[in-house]
Design a protein around this ligand. Structure first.
Ligand SMILES: NS(=O)(=O)c1c(F)c(F)c(-n2cc(CC3CCCCC3)nn2)c(F)c1F
Ligand SMILES: [Zn+2]
Length: 261
């Protein structure tokens, strides 16, 4: 069977375009952000998230990432403001990380690769459903938070990492309730924003990216915990789930705006 897309040499980012032609588009993500090219936009409003902890449902290992899924059947957990028009519903959050602490993020900031990058995926209900939103340039909004290895790890990440032991292998899912992801936000609300795409196939160019400038801290042990996830199913040879990040893509003339000076 066709090797399904992934992050290995035979099905990785350099080959995604063979089955997902959008991967070679002009508005792909992630990108490198260089502060010298960023434009401060004083008209950018602050963004606001109002999440219902009761909307959290499950946490799963889909063989490519660890994903927390939320009830998005009504405006229950929403994101608004910032560069966005209208309200966007939180659908899922997931992470991308490396095989060691010195890399793993998808976006690269002034040459800095963080150990991991957390994505909170929201979609615009004016487009009916998620599949419809993917086809619209204003369909999806993703808040990206960088994870940096440091001495004072954020206790809020503990909750996600405690569940890892229950979803070690591909296809494993566990209940994950009473969780408000806004506890993961750093102190500062400063952000960069630009128009881009899914960083995974089908690479649809439907995303307004909102990347938070201030990273949150995790411990090296917490990163090791994340790296203990496996790509393989329960009774298959162990294949560590690490380096599930896409490298930066061509900026192609896009301007990254900053909410801060
Ligand atoms: N890294 S990212 O850009 O933040 C990011 C996202 F924003 C996503 F929405 C997804 N995504 C993928 C699907 C399956 C759908 C299955 C049917 C076809 C469309 C995708 N659900 N959400 C995703 F995998 C991802 F990596
Ligand atoms: Zn992602």
């Amino acid at each position: 069977a066709q090797s399904v897309w992934g992050y290995d040499s035979d099905n990785g980012p350099e080959r995604w375009h063979e089955n997902y032609p959008l991967a070679k588009g002009d508005k792909q993500s992630p990108i490198e952000i260089n502060s010298k090219d960023v434009q401060h936009d004083s008209s950018l409003a602050p963004w606001h998230a109002s999440y219902d902890p009761g909307a959290a449902k499950t946490i799963l290992n889909n063989g490519r990432t660890c994903r927390v899924v939320f009830d998005d059947t009504f405006d229950r957990s929403v994101l608004r403001g910032g560069p966005l028009t209208g309200t966007y519903r939180l659908r899922q959050l997931h992470l991308h990380w490396g095989s060691s602490d010195d890399h793993g993020s998808e976006h690269v900031i002034d040459g800095v690769k963080y150990a991991a990058e957390l994505h909170m995926v929201h979609w615009n209900p004016k487009h009916g459903n998620f599949a419809g939103a993917l086809k619209q340039p204003d369909g999806v909004a993703v808040v990206g938070i960088f994870l940096k290895v440091g001495k004072t790890p954020k206790p809020e990440m503990k909750r996600i990492l405690e569940e890892i032991d229950n979803i070690k292998t591909k296809g494993k899912e566990a209940p994950f309730q009473h969780f408000d992801p806004s506890i993961l936000f750093p102190k500062s609300r400063d952000y960069w924003t630009y128009h881009g795409s899914f960083t995974t196939p089908p690479c649809e160019e439907c995303i307004t990216w909102i990347l938070l400038r201030e990273p949150i801290e995790v411990s090296s042990d917490q990163m090791a915990k994340l790296r203990s996830l496996s790509k393989n199913g329960e009774n298959e040879p162990v294949n560590p789930l690490v380096d599930n990040w896409r490298p930066p893509q061509p900026v192609k003339g896009r301007v990254v705006k900053a909410s801060f000076k």
